[in-house]
Design a protein around this ligand. Structure first.
Ligand code: NAD
Ligand code: UDP
Ligand code: UDP
Length: 312
């Protein structure tokens, strides 16, 4: 039995990960400052004798004894990471330093939840891991994108300099149950709006694309990466290569919810990437991983969750 630290464990992805790790017979120490995470996400785990929750901000040092670390702490939705951008960069950068320091002291493996945002507004399409990215250092998304890029740099330098065993995962847009209704990301916004019969808030002309991965597929890939062969560090893309425009997404959601909502257009936010789609050849080869759940199927599960969450 391993004792595993999950930072950001009370968030959307973190709570699903805690569940999987407990099911695999591990002890889980969930560390979260509850900035965007919620206690309800882990409420059902609190009775489990192998689960422990610690309210803590990763920008402060953390001295615990564990066997493995998954570092997920960081707000992920633009609305939330732009609310206190200085804290966002601190969380990625100082958080990474503290957790890498912990991994170095304990000589244990550490996985970083990085992001497709390290590619910025990409000039090549789809994006392989070798693409170095097109990121603004001064725009409103930089606190997140550059924070995550610097965290990757720290991971690779701790690996080279201190022989820390690292795994770096570049996560593409992921959706599913336990997203917060006010999360602000496109899937949750559109579903909540459709279910409430409110206008669908389309930013720009809706022709920008994203590739959406269902949460179970994503967490499965994360677990496979942590348990991949020694010496495989990544970075590795984990995402679903199915690419959709935001208009297509809205149409699917309106159809599946049977909603009478109308699409209303708003200006595109600054630095909003026009397209995004992962090349997942490396994940297939190294991890034997590929996503199984198609967008329509994942949306159906997510819509049922939101119906219940909203009491509809
Ligand atoms: P989330 O906002 O639901 O979860 C993030 C969690 O981190 C929250 O529980 C939050 O309270 C916690 N947190 C934030 N700052 C903290 C701090 N300083 N100290 C301790 N805890 C802190 O978002 P999510 O979608 O679950 O994302 C989890 C991770 O995956 C993030 O690192 C995010 O950047 C990464 N990621 C997610 C996606 C996605 O589409 N969901 C895409 C790319 C990368
Ligand atoms: N750190 C931590 N927990 C530990 C070990 C280290 O939080 O168990 C923090 C420590 O506070 C330091 C950071 O991780 O600021 C980086 O540690 P490292 O050993 O790399 O640096 P140093 O302590 O030499 O500055
Ligand atoms: N978006 C939108 N309406 C919303 C929320 C988002 O049209 O209510 C757009 C947003 O401008 C972006 C895409 O949907 O082009 C994905 O946005 P999200 O915030 O989910 O993720 P990210 O931009 O970080 O990939």
């Amino acid at each position: 039995m391993k004792r595993i630290l999950v930072t950001g464990g009370a968030g959307f992805l973190g709570s699903h990960l805690c569940e999987l790790l407990l099911n695999e017979g591990n002890e889980v120490l969930c560390v979260d400052n509850l900035f965007t995470g919620r206690k309800v996400n882990i409420h059902h785990l609190l009775d489990n004798k192998n689960f422990e929750f610690l309210r803590h901000d990763v920008t402060f040092p953390l001295f615990v004894e564990v066997d493995e670390i998954y570092n997920l702490a960081c707000p992920a939705s633009p609305v939330h990471y732009q609310f206190d951008p200085v804290q966002t960069t601190k969380t990625s950068v100082i958080g990474a330093i503290n957790l890498l320091g912990l991994a170095k002291r304990l000589k244990i493996k550490i996985l970083q939840a990085s992001t497709s945002e390290v590619y910025g507004d990409p000039e090549i399409h789809p994006q392989p891991e070798s693409y170095k990215g097109s990121v603004s250092t001064t725009g409103i998304r930089a606190c997140y994108d550059e924070g995550k890029r610097c965290a990757e740099t720290l991971f690779f330098d701790y690996h080279r300099q201190h022989k820390v065993n690292i795994k770096v995962m570049r996560i593409f847009n992921t959706y599913g149950p336990r997203m917060h209704p006010n999360d602000g990301r496109v899937v949750s916004n559109f579903i909540v709006q459709a279910l409430k019969g409110e206008d669908i808030t389309m930013f720009g002309d809706g022709m920008q694309t994203r590739s959406f991965c269902y949460v179970d597929d994503l967490i499965n890939g994360m677990y496979k990466l942590m348990n991949s062969r020694d010496g495989f560090t990544g970075p590795v893309n984990i995402g679903n290569p199915g690419e959709f425009t935001m208009l297509e997404l809205a149409e699917k959601i309106i159809l599946q919810t049977g909603s009478k909502s109308k699409i209303k257009f708003f200006p595109l936010p600054q630095d909003d990437p026009m397209q995004r789609k992962p090349v997942i050849d490396l994940a297939k080869k190294e991890l034997g991983w590929e996503p199984k759940i198609k967008l329509d199927e994942g949306l159906a599960k997510t819509i049922s969750y939101f119906r219940e969450e909203l009491g509809l």
